[in-house]
Design a protein around this ligand. Structure first.
Ligand SMILES: Cc1cc2nc3c(=O)[nH]c(=O)nc-3n(C[C@H](O)[C@H](O)[C@H](O)COP(=O)(O)OP(=O)(O)OC[C@H]3O[C@@H](n4cnc5c(N)ncnc54)[C@H](O)[C@@H]3O)c2cc1C
Length: 265
């Protein structure tokens, strides 16, 4: 079984700051790492490899420094890694990003047939949750989002449990297909010493827009259908009140008085 995990390099903290003038994320000085949800996606890909005797590839679209998350993926058990990096991709919205990733998938698929693509449910910077479902739309492969468990796998299909607001759906998807996973899916392992050594030596395949045969009219900020009108960080409320008291009962009574005074109750 050939599983492809999609990983994105994102700021290490979820305290992502936005430039109030340009509306862009302030990335300079911010430490980066693998998007937390992608650690779960990659772990599940490696578990499937161990269970079915297959291989795991990883793809990212990002700037040169995104190579670090690919090396980290090798340390975590991936076999092959691919980076889509080109100025033509800069400023892409989710439509363009998923298009480029889908073109990368097509190229990998032509060399080594992919059975399953695993994405995280969302990122901790842009946070849209679009990419997995959009890749499946570009490829016309079936998709399940919010997958919390892989129930079974056979040669032709995968059966998964998907979280919904009402409970859980059990779905069978024929291969090739795309799933996006939530944290309940797996427990990311600690990187082994052997894995870290392999990560240093690993070859990262780097592709430009031309390499993947992408239509440049579908890439980059000028060609994106999304227009960001305004981005801003929410104002922090600084008028917090600490309720003092000798014990919990006294503090609770004061808190109730305070809530009544301010007409909250
Ligand atoms: C007009 C516009 C301009 C933008 N300009 C920039 C910019 O200049 N620089 C910038 O960094 N961002 C930019 N963004 C944000 C960028 O479009 C998104 O970060 C990107 O499309 C991925 O969306 P997301 O982070 O919401 O991913 P989600 O849909 O929340 O991610 C879900 C999953 O998809 C996979 N995934 C997501 N992104 C990637 C990726 N790049 N490679 C591999 N797998 C991935 C991961 O598995 C992830 O867990 C811009 C957005 C807009 C709307």
């Amino acid at each position: 079984m050939h599983v492809l995990a999609c990983v994105k390099q994102t700021p290490k903290s979820d305290n992502v700051k936005i430039d109030p003038v340009t509306g862009c994320l302030i990335r300079s000085g911010a430490e980066s790492a693998m998007n937390p949800f992608d650690e779960y996606a990659l772990e599940e890909a490696v578990v499937l490899k161990e269970q079915t005797g297959g291989r795991v590839s990883v793809i990212t679209m990002g700037p040169p420094a995104a190579e670090n998350v690919l090396r980290d993926s090798i340390a975590r058990g991936a076999d092959k890694v691919y980076q889509l990096g080109d100025m033509a991709f800069a400023g892409s919205d989710t439509w363009s990003t998923s298009y480029a990733l889908a073109k990368g998938v097509e190229k990998i698929n032509a060399e080594d047939k992919i059975d399953l693509i695993i994405c995280g449910k969302q990122t901790n910077d842009s946070d849209t949750g679009h990419i997995g479902p959009q890749i499946s739309a570009w490829l016309n492969w079936p998709n399940a989002a919010f997958v919390k468990k892989i129930v079974s796998v056979n040669e032709k299909s995968i059966t998964v449990e998907r979280l919904t607001e009402a409970g859980t759906d059990v779905l069978e998807l024929p291969f090739p297909c795309v799933i996006s996973v939530v944290k309940e899916i797996s427990n990311p392992r600690v990187r082994s010493v052997k894995g870290r050594m392999a990560a240093k030596r690993a070859e990262v395949t780097k592709w430009t827009a031309d390499d993947i045969g992408a239509d440049k009219n579908k890439l980059g900020v000028k060609n994106c259908p999304t227009r960001v009108v305004k981005s801003f960080s929410p104002q922090r409320c600084t008028n917090a009140v600490v309720v003092e008291g000798a014990n919990g009962k006294e503090k609770a009574a004061k808190l109730v008085e305070l809530l009544k005074e301010n007409k909250y109750i």
